[in-house]
Design a protein. Structure first.
Length: 349
C-alpha cells in the first residue's frame, strides 16, 4: 500500500489550522473552556485530545467514503434529510458568526498589540483572504503548512519558559473556585463538538478531494495529536498569568513578559492563525452557497465578508464569550451522532 506521509501531514496542517482559530491562538478560548478551572482544566484537555484524534479521523474518513462535496451532504447523511437541512441552516449562521469572531479577533490583534485601528486589521484580513480564496484548496494547504508548524513551535517555547517559573507545580495542581465549575466536566465534549462541528465545513470537502483512506486516517491522528500538544502547552503557559481572564489576547501578554525578543514574530503567527481560520470558514461557506446558487466565487465570498464584517463590529471578547458556548451546545447533537455512527471502510484492492 502506498503510504502518502506528505498528504497526511498536509491534512493534519489543515485540521489544526482550521481548529486553531482566533480564540485558540489568542488563548482566550483555552482560558474560557479549560485554564480557569486549574488542574481540572488539564484533565479536560487530555480528554479533548482523545476526542480530537478519534472523531476528527472518523469525520474525514466517513466524508471521503460517502464522497460528500460539502458539509451539507455530510449532515444529511448523519442526521437524515429534514433534520439535516435544519442543522445546515444553523451551520450557515454559525460559520458566519465564527467568521465575524475571527475578523473581530484580527482587529483586536491590530488594536491591542500593534496600536493600530481595529478596522485596518479587519480590512487587511478581508483583502488577503479574497486573494487566497481565488487560488482554492492549494492556497488553503499552502497557508496552513506554513503557519501551523510555527504555531506549535511557539507554544512549546512558551511552555518551556513557563515550566521553569517559580511555583509552576503549585499552579498546575491548583483548583481555583469557579461558580460554574460543572462546566469543566462538560468542557471537553462541548469544546470538541464546537470545533469539529465548525471544522467540518473545511474537513469534509478536503477529505472528499483526497479520497485515500490511509492518508485521511493518519492526517486526522497527526492533526488531533498536534491540537492536544498546543492545548496542553498553552494551558501550562496560561496558568502562570495572573488575572488571565482579563485579557483578550493572553498568549501575547505572556510572550511579551517571557520572551520579548520573539514577541513581534508571535503576534504575526497569531494573526496568521486567525487568517487561516477566516479562509477555512469562508471556503466552507463558499462551497455551501454554491449548492444553492450558481454564482462566481468572488461574489459569494464578497457577500460572506460583508455580513461577517457587520457582525464583527461587536467587541471581540463579547462575541467569543456569548457565541462560542451557544454554538458548542448546538454542535453537541452533531458530536453525539458522529460518535454513534458505525464506520467500516471497505478494503479497496
Amino acid at each position: 500500500m502506498n503510504k502518502n506521509w506528505t498528504g497526511a501531514f498536509q491534512i493534519a496542517a489543515v485540521y489544526v489550522g482550521t481548529v486553531v482559530g482566533a480564540g485558540f491562538a489568542t488563548g482566550k478560548e483555552i482560558v474560557e473552556f479549560f485554564s480557569r478551572f486549574g488542574f481540572f482544566g488539564l484533565i479536560s484537555i487530555l480528554m479533548s485530545g482523545y476526542l480530537f484524534i478519534s472523531l476528527g479521523s472518523k469525520l474525514m474518513r466517513i466524508a471521503a467514503h460517502i464522497d460528500a462535496k460539502s458539509y451539507q451532504e455530510f449532515n444529511t447523511y448523519l442526521f437524515g434529510k429534514w433534520p439535516g437541512r435544519i442543522i445546515n441552516v444553523f451551520m450557515l449562521f454559525m460559520l458566519l458568526g465564527v467568521s465575524a469572531v475571527m475578523l473581530s479577533g484580527a482587529g483586536a490583534v491590530f488594536e491591542e498589540q500593534l496600536g493600530l485601528s481595529k478596522s485596518s486589521g479587519v480590512f487587511l484580513t478581508i483583502i488577503l483572504s479574497i486573494l487566497v480564496m481565488l487560488v482554492g484548496t492549494k492556497g488553503l494547504f499552502a497557508v496552513n503548512s506554513f503557519v501551523v508548524p510555527l504555531m506549535i513551535s511557539f507554544s512549546l517555547i512558551l511552555m518551556i519558559f513557563s515550566v521553569q517559573l517559580p511555583h509552576f507545580l503549585d499552579q498546575l495542581l491548583f483548583i481555583p473556585h469557579a461558580d460554574d465549575g460543572w462546566k469543566s466536566v462538560v468542557a471537553p465534549f462541548s469544546y470538541v463538538a464546537l470545533n469539529l462541528g465548525l471544522a467540518q465545513a473545511v474537513l469534509v470537502p478536503i477529505a472528499a478531494e483526497v479520497k485515500d483512506d490511509w492518508t485521511i486516517k493518519w492526517g486526522g491522528i497527526f492533526g488531533g495529536a498536534a491540537l492536544t500538544l498546543i492545548l496542553g502547552a498553552s494551558h501550562f503557559t496560561l496558568i502562570m498569568l495572573p488575572n488571565v481572564e482579563l485579557y483578550n489576547i493572553p498568549m501575547a501578554i505572556v510572550m511579551k513578559d517571557l520572551a520579548p525578543f520573539l514577541y513581534w514574530i508571535y503576534v504575526l503567527v497569531i494573526y496568521g492563525e486567525i487568517f487561516t481560520s477566516v479562509i477555512g470558514n469562508v471556503f466552507g461557506l463558499d462551497r455551501q452557497l454554491k449548492q444553492y446558487l450558481s454564482i462566481p466565487t468572488i461574489i459569494s465570498v464578497s457577500v460572506v465578508f460583508l455580513v461577517s464584517y457587520l457582525i464583527s463590529l461587536v467587541n471581540y471578547g463579547t462575541l467569543l464569550s456569548y457565541l462560542y458556548p451557544l454554538f458548542g451546545y448546538i454542535c453537541m447533537t452533531f458530536f453525539i451522532l458522529l460518535w454513534m455512527k458505525p464506520f467500516k471502510p471497505e478494503i479497496k484492492k
